[in-house]
Design a protein. Structure first.
Length: 274
């Protein structure tokens, strides 16, 4: 079954950044709870915009997330912040996104291989855009080198999450098609390595973003996407994720689908056809 990562706690959002700066735990806990209730296994924390307050924020919020029953997914540009996040957390945690740069991924890999009682997963960013275009075959070559390097450092395959480069469909009509091909190639070449993607980026700049995002999420899951980063509080995106899993046989006895319909009886899309 696909793992869902709720991403509403992102400091890129000015409102969220303000709440983070004020350390408004009431707001933060409310966001965490709503995402968990809507099916998130992990809660993304992107506190990069806090700058020198980032580490302090992570130290405070990671235990809150774990106490509520979810895992943390820490997204940062600062290696030291990610290292601190690993030290603070006590449960499974996702760390990234980290490009194929030894100075960035080696320190994280060294920490991951020491873990025995939990899983610390590295989100390996496969950034291979050439002339503004995604090149699936070239992305695969970068992924092969990256995976081999992590394996040599002692990181197990199950703790590697491949994150292919994603751009807005509004920038290039073929981005989504090439990205889906990239996901398919990754799963064929690395059947024991998981993939992860923030599907919301694909609809940037377009109206009614939830429509593009929802359909793309369904297609990405059908290509083998394992971890999906999304605004899980958006009912249309949630519906797409749950329904696609049911169609692909990943929702045993339609448990998720039936529960979704039960909770949303008043929504037209969930009503049975006459």
């Amino acid at each position: 079954m696909i793992k869902v990562i709720g991403n509403s706690l992102n400091s890129v959002n000015k409102k969220v950044l303000d709440k983070m700066n004020k350390m408004d735990l009431r707001f933060i806990k409310k966001e965490i709870i709503s995402q968990i209730e809507n099916g998130a296994s992990f809660i993304e924390i992107n506190a990069s915009s806090l700058l020198n307050k980032e580490v302090e924020f992570l130290r405070t919020v990671i235990p809150v997330i774990e106490d509520m029953g979810a895992g943390a997914c820490v997204i940062s540009n600062n290696i030291q912040s990610m290292i601190e996040a690993i030290k603070v957390s006590e449960k499974d945690i996702l760390i990234g996104t980290i490009e194929f740069d030894e100075q960035k991924y080696v320190p994280i890999a060294e920490m991951i291989k020491k873990e025995e009682d939990r899983e610390v997963k590295i989100i390996a960013h496969i950034n291979d855009i050439e002339d503004g275009k995604i090149q699936p075959e070239k992305s695969l070559l970068v992924a092969q080198r990256y995976v081999d390097s992590l394996l040599d450092l002692g990181v197990r395959r199950k703790n590697i999450l491949l994150y292919p480069e994603i751009k807005a469909l509004d920038d290039d009509f073929y981005y989504a098609k090439d990205l889906l091909t990239t996901l398919e190639l990754f799963k064929l070449d690395f059947p024991r390595v998981n993939t992860i993607l923030n599907v919301f980026y694909i609809s940037d700049g377009l109206p009614k973003r939830h429509i593009i995002t929802s359909y793309f999420a369904a297609l990405a899951i059908s290509r083998g996407l394992d971890y999906i980063v999304a605004n899980i509080n958006n009912i249309h995106i949630r519906e797409a994720i749950i329904t696609t899993q049911s169609i692909l046989g990943k929702d045993k006895n339609f448990q998720l689908y039936l529960e979704f319909c039960k909770k949303n009886k008043t929504i037209k899309e969930c009503e049975e056809d006459e």
